[in-house]
Structures are given as structure tokens and as C-alpha cells.
Design a protein around this ligand. Sequence first.
Ligand SMILES: Nc1ncnc2c1ncn2[C@@H]1O[C@H](COP(=O)(O)OP(=O)(O)OP(=O)(O)O)[C@@H](O)[C@H]1O
Ligand SMILES: [Mg+2]
Length: 245
Amino acid sequence: MKREPLYEGKAKRVYATENPHEYVVEYKDDATAFNGVKRAQILGKGAVNNAITAHLFPQLEAAGIPTHFIERLSDTEQRVRAVTIVPVEVIVRNVAAGSFSKRLGVEEGTPLARPVVEYCYKSDALGDPLINRDTAVALGWASEEDLGRIRELALRVRDFLTPYFAARGIRLIDFKLEFGKTPGGQVVLADEISPDTCRFWDAATGEKLDKDRFRRDLGGVEEAYAEMLRRVTSEAEGGKQKAEG
Ligand SMILES: Nc1ncnc2c1ncn2[C@@H]1O[C@H](COP(=O)(O)OP(=O)(O)OP(=O)(O)O)[C@@H](O)[C@H]1O
Ligand SMILES: [Mg+2]
């Protein structure tokens, strides 16, 4: 089924298949931070991120958000629709953290009065700089119409995931999405949703259960990833659903 590797990123490998409309994505244990400056292996990360993404994407699809996901093939592999990735990373924030806190001098953990959508240019060479929608249109990365659809879908992902995680004892602080376009011109959610691409804080203790444990040398990295897989695949706890995150 898997043919030649097409692209090796920092966290995944993308393979061609005998079907030109489908790829196989293989999730690796490799972890990088600060635009590749810090590197390590996180044991079991590939399997956890594959499993979490494979668990969430069909539920997003069922909630009306088109995605690239087709099926999980193995511990670390999934079959997806081949898309042309829009070179814009979409960040959705419920609570101030990370680069937002740094840039604006807002203390990490400060709830935001409304969700904030930010856009970055997907460029390792430039360190994924913050852009706005005008920039993306002016430089031909996406149309105004596509960007409107992307924003709408990103907020719908947020509206699904925030209560989903709250019901499992997790505050969804922020997350990064990538979108792609099918040959037919449909905008679909692509890439992954995992502790590599989200900030997850334990609702009871405030403990970080995401890649910040690696970025900030907090220890217990493997354990945090394993715990997030457990939470994601666990049943919702009744009465815990709330919108804020
Ligand atoms: N369905 C898809 N079709 C085509 N490419 C995809 C699809 N889903 C994800 N990708 C791309 O595959 C690559 C996944 O690899 P990985 O996450 O390791 O990349 P990365 O190191 O974050 O680098 P990049 O800066 O290119 O995203 C990314 O470039 C991502 O945009
Ligand atoms: Mg990536």
C-alpha cells in the first residue's frame, strides 16, 4: 500500500500510495521545538498522536467538519486524502499562553473573552511568522473565500473540542490546525490534532499535558502523552461540559 516517501517533516512522514488521491502518514517519535533547535525522541509519541488524531477526526467529520482522515492503518500509520496544504498555520486560542502571552504581555492562563484566531506563514526558514489574512491573499497563498471558510471551520473545531476535553477533565488552552484543498477545491482539515499541536492543562491541577513539558524541560513527557490518549478515549464525565475551556 505504501510507496515512495514524498515528504519527511519533523514529526511525520508522508508516503504516496497506489491511489493518487490518497497518502499514508506515518507518525514518528521525533520531537523538535523552537523551530528545530531542540530535538529529542519522545518514546511512544508517534503511536499516541496517531491514535488521538484517528479518534478525533471522525468525530469532527460527524460534526460537519470535512477532514483528510480516512482510516488508521497501524500503531503509527493512517490513510488520508492527498491534499494541497494551504501554507498558513491556524492557531485558535481560548486562554492566553505561549507566544501570545509573550508578544502581548498577558499572563499565561488568562482566559480570553472570545476565541482568538491567528494565522502564521508555514515556513521553517522564517520561523512561521505571524501574518494576517490580507497577507495570505496578497501573496497568493489562499483566496479570501478559502480563508473565510478556514476561519469558520477552525472555530467549529474549537466549539467541538473545547467541551469534549472539558468533559474529560482537560482545559483546551489553544491549538494549531492545518487545512488543505482537494483537487475538487474543497477545504478540509488536514494534518493532526495531538499534544504536539495543542495546549492541554489538567482542569483540576493545572498540570500541563502537552508538548510544553518537552519545550520547557518539565519532565514526565511520555507520561503526559499517554495520559492524554487515556483522556481522549475515555467516556465523558457528566456535568463537566463547559464552553470556556
Ligand atoms: N493530507 C495531507 N496531504 C498532504 N500533506 C499533508 C497532509 N496532511 C499533512 N500534510 C503535511 O505533511 C507534513 C507532515 O509532517 P510534519 O508534521 O512532520 O511536518 P513539520 O515538520 O511540522 O513541517 P511543516 O513545516 O512542513 O509542517 C506537513 O508539511 C503537513 O502540512
Ligand atoms: Mg507538523
